[in-house]
Write a protein that binds this ligand. Structure first.
Ligand code: GTP
Ligand code: MG
Length: 231
């Protein structure tokens, strides 16, 4: 990427508006820049996704049971990139966005049991080409609302024709029970104005997260009693 591309402001979150204002060429040019900017994140995501697929298949073949229930990779949309940049007061330039927004590429790995979350996280982060940058363990220390998940920011090298780019990817690992709660909480409440939701309902959502955590413990115990610890 050249410097001129790097420094150009991103205004393509509302391409329709630009086009309507009569700048179709400007829109195409910026759209191409944005696609170029996002391309390495797409590749980084593909690299991590492949690693997870390999782990899941190999563990299945090893006969010790596949700890991964499902995986969903996602690339942040231009609209959410610009919205987050505004929230962070981050200038809308590619190099600032690259430095400040670390979850442009994200992958959610939903595991069967809590111990599987840590097993998979370790299997991924001990690979020599995976650089662990940040760990946020919301399982050991849940958020105040009860949200639980293990969040990692890892960097993975992407080999382009003329350079290697270390691409950050946000990896969210959680159990099915944590995923069930987080998906529904997201629909019900997440990022809504806290003032419009009565505290009683907020407390009830938090209590539901604790129910889910108890269910996790119980299912893990049942699994261990029947199958013994995973090898
Ligand atoms: P974002 O700006 O939302 O990316 O948050 P952050 O940069 O402070 O990072 P954090 O690790 O706290 O959260 C990252 C992501 O985890 C979010 O984008 C959500 O996908 C998920 N998440 C975090 N907190 C909650 C929560 O309370 N409820 C739900 N449903 N998801 C959450
Ligand atoms: Mg995020």
């Amino acid at each position: 990427m050249t410097d001129s591309v790097e420094r150009r402001e991103v205004t393509t979150d509302q391409p329709g508006q630009l086009a309507r204002r009569g700048h179709p060429e400007a829109w195409h040019e910026q759209y191409a820049d944005l696609n170029h900017f996002l391309m390495v994140y797409k590749f980084g995501l593909a690299e991590i996704n492949t690693k997870i697929t390999i782990l899941a298949e190999e563990l299945t073949h090893r006969g010790s049971g596949n700890p991964i229930e499902h995986v969903s990779p996602r690339l942040k949309s231009p609209a959410s990139i610009t919205a987050k940049a505004r929230r962070l007061d981050c200038p809308l330039h590619f190099d600032d966005l690259r430095a400040r927004i670390r979850d442009i590429a994200g992958i959610r790995i939903v595991c069967s049991f809590v111990s599987d979350v840590y097993t998979v996280a370790n299997m991924l982060t001990r690979q020599p080409d995976v650089n662990l940058v940040v760990t946020k363990d919301y399982i050991a220390k849940p958020k105040i609302n009860g949200y639980r998940s293990l969040h990692l920011i890892v960097e993975i090298p992407v080999f382009m024709s003329d350079r290697v780019v270390a691409v950050p990817v946000e990896v969210q690992l959680r159990t099915v029970a944590m995923d069930f709660w987080a998906s529904l909480e997201h629909k019900i409440y997440y990022k809504h104005d806290p003032d419009v939701v009565p505290p009683r309902l907020r407390d009830e959502l938090t209590a539901a997260a604790e129910d889910a955590a108890r269910l996790d413990l119980r299912m893990e115990r049942l699994h261990r009693e029947i199958h013994g610890p995973r090898r």
